[in-house]
Design a protein around this ligand. Structure first.
Ligand code: ADE
Length: 230
């Protein structure tokens, strides 16, 4: 899988791939990352990448021409490239999207800065628009990384233990059950007694119940949608 980041600020993104799971995946060539800087596509003398909004309006937008050119270039190189715009007005990005997008060959994240991106760029090139939450960030770099991370861990070979993909939060529309480490008693805190007995069927039933209760408590919105009988 190839991820291309269209960004004015490569340095905000690149360090995330210098450690841990995504570094390993890069080294193992399971994923590949590229960067394209709209500044390299400017045609003006000063390599200007921001511009005033048509009709006035507060703040600057990303300059339209370099974005058209960089995205055209990417599409010419790979017509199948799937172009994603992280924007507050996008649909909420969910685990199901991370799974679906993990099957693509090439995803392009276009990070806006300033007050955003000319809507025509989004209309012409955008395959999907996503928001990562109901708040406004200073740019699209963090949302791009968030989505890239969530997508990557669903790509075969990225996670050492595939079982962890089966048991985790949102997999069944529920939050993951709590996990307990060792020792059985740490200071005054004990783990639930059932976990000590080693009856895996019982532990599995208990985990399922905990998962339901946790969802009900922390995410009643998810729970109502799920309509669980218990
Ligand atoms: N850009 C700025 N804020 C954002 C958000 N919440 N989600 C996606 N992209 C954004």
């Amino acid at each position: 899988m190839t991820f291309t980041f269209v960004t004015l600020f490569e340095n905000l993104i690149a360090p995330y791939f210098e450690d841990s799971i995504l570094k390993r995946s890069l080294d193992a060539k399971i994923i590949e990352i590229n960067f394209e800087n709209p500044r390299d596509y400017t045609r003006n003398k000063h390599h200007k990448v921001d511009d005033y909004q048509a009709g006035g309006g507060a703040g600057l937008l990303m300059f339209t021409q370099p974005l058209f050119d960089v995205l055209r270039h990417i599409k010419q190189q790979d017509p199948q490239a799937h172009i994603v715009f992280p924007v507050p007005a996008g649909k909420p990005f969910k685990q199901i999207d991370a799974k679906r997008l993990s099957k693509k060959e090439h995803i392009v994240f276009v990070s806006g800065r300033y007050e955003g991106i000319d809507e025509r760029v989004i209309e012409v090139f955008g395959d999907e628009l996503f928001s990562i939450g109901d708040y406004v960030l200073t740019g699209g770099e963090l949302p791009s990384l968030v989505m890239c991370d969530a997508i990557s861990r669903n790509i075969e070979g990225v996670l050492g233990n595939v079982d962890s993909l089966m048991e985790e939060s949102f997999e069944e529309g529920l939050l993951e059950a709590p996990s307990f480490g060792k020792p059985k008693k740490y200071e005054d805190y004990e783990i639930p007694s059932e976990f000590l007995k080693g009856n895996h069927a019982k532990i599995s039933t208990l985990k399922n119940e905990m998962s339901i209760l946790k969802t009900q408590y922390f995410r009643p919105d998810l729970f109502c949608r799920k309509n669980i009988k218990h």
